[in-house]
Design a protein around this ligand. Structure first.
Ligand code: 2AM
Ligand code: CA
Ligand code: CA
Ligand code: CA
Length: 281
């Protein structure tokens, strides 16, 4: 327990309360926001709710842990490599909160109810707490390093499929239309006949939570940022799954092309992505 507390305050409790508070606020604003901006392309949207939720989260966390560092999607310069420079600048931080205030902004804008709050805490570069909250279904996913992963208080474990053909996998249509999208489409085209089916719900973090919960056998996507994956990566590891990049290197905060599975189908998924050129370059 002491590993996850500072001055008697539990990191996990703060992460949970913050995610729940922000998620309820986001839900209350559904359909009410007025400003829709493009960040660096018409596929890359941001609303005042993304920014407001990030400010709310940042303030709540800094009230409890003013000495901790903070990396949030809306606090850095937009672009396809948005998190890389920010991570480099923050590499000295002992405790670093990594936050996506709304993962699934396009869904949020359209009222398609697949968007989440993702909050992770890394200690010296390793994620030790991960929380994902889905306000549409009131599902809170939480993991602490070494202590398992839970959804609504119930222990999660990854699914048991051990062949791709028996697997339901998730992926994405990345907002970066120049680099990430074509590679990811190559993978989707190659994988579609080899798996039971593919789901693309538009929230990488939600897909990762679903891999941890055993609702998806695996997930991959090219060109993600640290805040999309940090919380989900711990959920999956603590639920008995495996998270690497698409070439099989172990997960770290700098990973952009992620592959996350129940473990059993990891090798087969990696081979298929490699064969079609869907791993990136
Ligand atoms: P977001 O909703 O937080 O922006 C969908 O494929 C996934 O891609 C979502 O998790 C979405 O997160 C993310 N995404 C959106 N814009 C992106 C961008 N410009 N670069 C990388 N990922 C992006
Ligand atoms: Ca975004
Ligand atoms: Ca995101
Ligand atoms: Ca976001």
């Amino acid at each position: 327990d002491n590993g996850y507390k500072l001055g008697g305050k539990s990191f996990t409790v703060v992460a949970i309360n913050t995610a729940a508070t922000a998620g309820e606020w986001i839900k209350s604003k559904l359909g009410t926001f007025s400003n829709l901006d493009y960040k660096y392309s018409p596929h890359d949207l941001v609303t005042e709710v993304d920014k407001g939720a990030e400010t709310l989260i940042r303030n709540l966390i800094s009230t409890h842990f003013p000495q901790h560092s903070f990396l949030g999607e809306e606090g850095v310069e937009p672009g396809p490599d948005a998190s890389a420079q920010a991570l480099a600048d923050l590499s000295d931080s002992e405790y670093l909160w990594i936050v996506d205030p709304i993962d699934g902004t396009t869904n949020y804008v359209h009222g398609f109810p697949f968007f989440v709050v993702s909050i992770a805490l890394a200690y010296k570069g390793e994620v030790i707490v991960g929380v994902i909250y889905d306000p549409s279904r009131d599902e809170l996913f939480v993991a602490e390093k070494g202590k398992g992963a839970y959804v609504k208080g119930k222990r999660m474990s990854v699914s048991a499929e051990n062949k791709l053909i028996d697997s339901l996998v998730g992926s994405g249509f990345p907002a970066d239309r120049n680099y990430a999208l074509p590679i990811n489409l190559t993978g989707i085209q190659a994988l579609a006949p080899k798996v039971r089916n593919i789901r693309v719900a538009g929230s990488a973090a939600l897909h990762l939570a679903y891999v941890a919960a055993g609702r998806l056998s695996g997930f991959w996507e090219i060109g993600l940022n640290s805040w999309d994956m940090a919380a989900g990566s711990l959920l999956i590891q603590e639920a008995g799954g495996k998270v690497t990049d698409t070439e099989g290197k172990p997960y770290s905060l700098g990973v952009r092309n992620v592959m996350a599975t129940n473990g059993n189908i990891h090798q087969e998924l990696q081979e298929e992505l490699g064969l079609c050129g869907g791993t990136g370059f």
